[in-house]
Design a protein around this ligand. Structure first.
Ligand SMILES: Cc1cc2nc3c(=O)[nH]c(=O)nc-3n(C[C@H](O)[C@H](O)[C@H](O)COP(=O)(O)OP(=O)(O)OC[C@H]3O[C@@H](n4cnc5c(N)ncnc54)[C@H](O)[C@@H]3O)c2cc1C
Length: 279
């Protein structure tokens, strides 16, 4: 039965392109910054869109909100990054976005580390939440820190009697977060303390799992090298149907987002060709 957190159909939510103001920014854990943003358009973003992605547009050095809004409308495209709506509170026109604090090497990470009340960013979204099919027998969730927001929101929206496993990979023990997942979802927290080295922890664990019979739905996201291996395992070795596997690369070691997106699309097409040839 749908509950009040059942995500709406994407077409039912009006997408907004607007400016948002920072209300607050704080470290939820040592390597995760939660930025609370507000704007009147957030009244139309239902709480159940948590887990949907959005685009943020960052101001250039010294640029004011009016100039960024003009640039968003007229171009050239401002620096744009993809994030997840962690919480939406339409009743007070607020959303939270959780940013991995990976230093000043990326403009979004650098912006979040300095964000303070009164700062602003451009916003476009939301996209659809990723775990909207609640009819599976078992859920397999795997997320590094960039995908903790989508995984946590998805788990919070699952029916309370859902069964499954959630494997989180974080940078330190202190980066574990309480997640209100159904009791039947077994939670595992793995520590991989060097984001510049591709991790094998989650993949090794998932490859060794004894998964139950029945329909398995997955939400697997994080560093693209790791996710490619997991996608091939889940779709190839485990033969899970394409429609039941959400496996998405959220960032790539050594690549900024625009370069990553191009490579990711080529690699995903390559992986699909390999899967088709093997089936
Ligand atoms: C659908 C979707 C939803 C996403 N949701 C979130 C979210 O809610 N929270 C979140 O933190 N990220 C999220 N991401 C990932 C985020 O878009 C990327 O991490 C993005 O590259 C960050 O932009 P940046 O400007 O900080 O770094 P970029 O300029 O893109 O990259 C600069 C350098 O930083 C490195 N880098 C990028 N991301 C990370 C990272 N996570 N850890 C370590 N090094 C990194 C890159 O490899 C590169 O060397 C999401 C991605 C997608 C596709």
């Amino acid at each position: 039965m749908p509950n009040d957190m059942t995500p709406p159909k994407p077409s039912a939510v009006k997408r907004a392109t607007c400016m948002l103001e920072v209300l607050a920014a704080r470290r939820v854990t040592p390597n995760m910054i939660r930025v609370t943003l507000t704007g009147p358009e957030m009244a139309a973003i239902p709480a159940s869109t948590a887990g949907g992605h959005c685009k943020i547009m960052l101001p250039a050095e010294g640029q004011d909100a009016a100039a960024l809004a003009r640039q968003m409308a007229e171009g050239p495209k401002p620096t744009t990054r993809t994030y997840t709506i962690r919480h939406a509170r339409p009743e007070v026109c607020e959303i939270d976005i959780d940013f991995v604090a990976h230093g000043d090497n990326g403009p979004a990470s650098a912006w979040a580390a300095r964000a303070k009340p009164g700062d602003f960013i451009g916003f476009a979204g939301p996209g659809a939440p990723k775990l909207t099919d609640h009819e599976a027998d078992y859920y397999l969730i795997a997320a590094d820190m960039s995908a903790l927001p989508v995984a946590a929101a998805g788990l919070e929206q699952l029916p309370r009697d859902a069964q499954g496993i959630a494997i989180f990979e974080v940078l330190s023990e202190a980066d574990r977060q309480p997640i209100d997942a159904p009791a039947g979802i077994e939670q595992h927290w793995l520590i991989h303390d060097n984001a510049e080295v591709e991790s094998t922890l989650a993949t090794d664990m998932i490859e060794g799992l004894d998964l139950p019979e029945g329909r398995i739905k997955t939400l697997v996201a994080g560093e693209t090298g790791v996710i490619r291996r997991l996608r091939m395992h889940l779709r190839g070795d485990r033969a899970l149907p394409r429609g039941d596997v959400y496996a998405s690369g959220y960032w790539r070691i050594g690549l900024a987002e625009d370069a990553h997106r191009k490579v990711k699309n080529i690699e995903a097409a390559d992986d699909e060709a390999k899967l088709a040839a093997a089936s």
